[in-house]
Design a protein around this ligand. Structure first.
Ligand SMILES: [Zn+2]
Length: 117
């Protein structure tokens, strides 16, 4: 197989992963919202409030991940996918397999983590 064909194949594989994860998360969000609604008849108000808060927090993280996935799919469409947004080097495929929506290579990600603190 040629390099380009190989690369196309990997890209397809990662895109499928992203789309599947997106579907999964969207489904979870819907069921979480439903759970919140179903708990509307309170027996133990405090417990229910706690559960609701936890679900809210989970939903927030899911929403963030959905956003990252959408950005990655967008980058696949415009051809910039797999390139580090900072140093413009290619992100290793091994990293993309673990984190298909990675925006930065490991050294840049580490640098960013450090400057954030
Ligand atoms: Zn980089």
């Amino acid at each position: 197989m040629s390099d380009i064909a190989q690369e196309q194949k990997i890209l397809e594989e990662l895109k499928t992963k992203l789309v599947e994860r997106h579907k999964e998360l969207s489904g979870e969000m819907i069921s979480h919202r439903k759970e919140l609604r179903d708990e509307a008849s309170p027996e133990d108000a405090a417990q229910i409030r706690e559960d609701a808060e936890m679900l809210e927090e989970e939903s927030f993280l899911e929403e963030q991940e959905i956003h990252l996935i959408e950005e990655a799919v967008q980058r696949i469409a415009d051809g910039s996918y797999g390139q580090c947004l900072d140093c413009k080097n290619r992100i290793p495929v091994a990293r993309l397999r673990v984190l298909p929506y990675a925006k930065f290579c490991v050294p840049c990600e580490t640098k960013r983590e450090r400057t954030k603190k």
